[in-house]
Structures are given as structure tokens and as C-alpha cells.
Write a protein of this length. Structure first.
Length: 169
């Protein structure tokens, strides 16, 4: 077989591998990966009456649908971002939050009764531990309520850290 024909056949044999390498990755398409999609959007965050504006939040779906990426801008100037993703190996949702003031928080959890519920334990200012429980609750009118509480006494009493309603811009 002539050398030029061999080169052509070799090149043709590589076509499927090259095409496969150029295709987008399969992404995160399992039903669990879509559980937090209700939070994706460009939001104004208010109190329950829709009056006080706490800030804005642009929540995007990235990395082939594998990451729900939050871009927070507070009305008082602070900013922060979170990466939210389904950890298929551990079968939990995870959130990694980092704010412009240097605070960070790693929460885990999942869907409970139609709400995304993520929790974390962190050192408390008094030297004990604080348990955080943040919930994102879809509302019938299209808003999303984020209700975040913490306890430092094992759940006997709770303090509201944040209670805001996401309303699409």
C-alpha cells in the first residue's frame, strides 16, 4: 500500500477520537444535580414585605451544570461568592462560601421537604461551637426565601442570622 494512502487511512482512523475530544463534557445531568436550580437567577434580596433591600445576588449555573455559583453584593458594600455542588460520591450538597471580609463557611446537606437545607458547625466567638442551618425555600410567587439560623446551645435557642427573599429583577 502506498505511503500516502496509509497516511490518509491513519488520519481517518483518528477522526472519531478527535471529534470525541472536542465534544462538551457530559456535565451533571442526574436529577440530584438539578435540585438547586430554583435559585439560579438575577435577584434583588429584600425583607418579607419586599421593602428593605439587603443586596443583589446573581446566581449562575456553570461548569456544564455542575456548579450553582452565587455572586452576592450587599447593600452596605460587602461581597461574597459561593460554589454549590452535588457531591455524588458522598451523596450530599456542599456549599463553599467566601466573603470579601475574609469569612468563609463550608456547609453540607440536601433537599428536605422541598427546601435546600445546608448546615455547618463552626467555632463560636465565646469559645464553644455554633451550629448553622441555612434553608433556601422556593415560594409560590416565584421568590426564594433564604432563612439562616444558628445555635450555640445545642438547639435549645436559635438566633436568626439572615432572613431574606430573593425577587427576580
Amino acid at each position: 500500500m502506498p505511503r500516502s494512502v496509509r497516511y490518509v487511512l491513519f488520519a481517518l482512523a483518528l477522526v472519531p477520537a478527535v471529534l470525541q475530544a472536542q465534544q462538551a463534557p457530559p456535565g451533571c445531568r442526574a436529577p440530584e444535580h438539578r435540585q438547586f436550580d430554583f435559585w439560579v437567577g438575577d435577584w434583588e434580596v429584600t425583607d418579607s414585605a419586599g421593602r428593605v433591600v439587603y443586596g443583589t445576588n446573581n446566581v449562575t449555573l456553570e461548569e456544564s451544570g455542575c456548579v450553582v455559583h452565587e455572586h452576592w453584593t450587599g447593600s452596605r458594600g460587602g461581597t461574597g461568592q459561593s460554589f454549590n455542588y452535588w457531591d455524588a460520591a458522598r451523596k450530599v450538597w456542599q456549599q463553599d462560601w467566601v466573603a470579601s471580609g475574609g469569612t468563609n463557611l463550608h456547609l453540607t446537606g440536601g433537599m428536605q421537604e422541598g427546601a435546600m437545607v445546608l448546615e455547618a458547625d463552626t467555632p463560636a466567638p465565646n469559645g464553644g461551637m455554633a451550629h448553622h442551618k441555612a434553608m433556601w425555600i422556593p415560594q409560590a410567587d416565584g421568590r426564594v426565601r433564604q432563612y439562616w439560623r444558628q445555635t450555640t446551645d445545642g438547639g435549645k435557642s436559635w438566633t436568626v442570622v439572615f432572613d431574606g427573599y430573593y425577587r427576580k429583577k
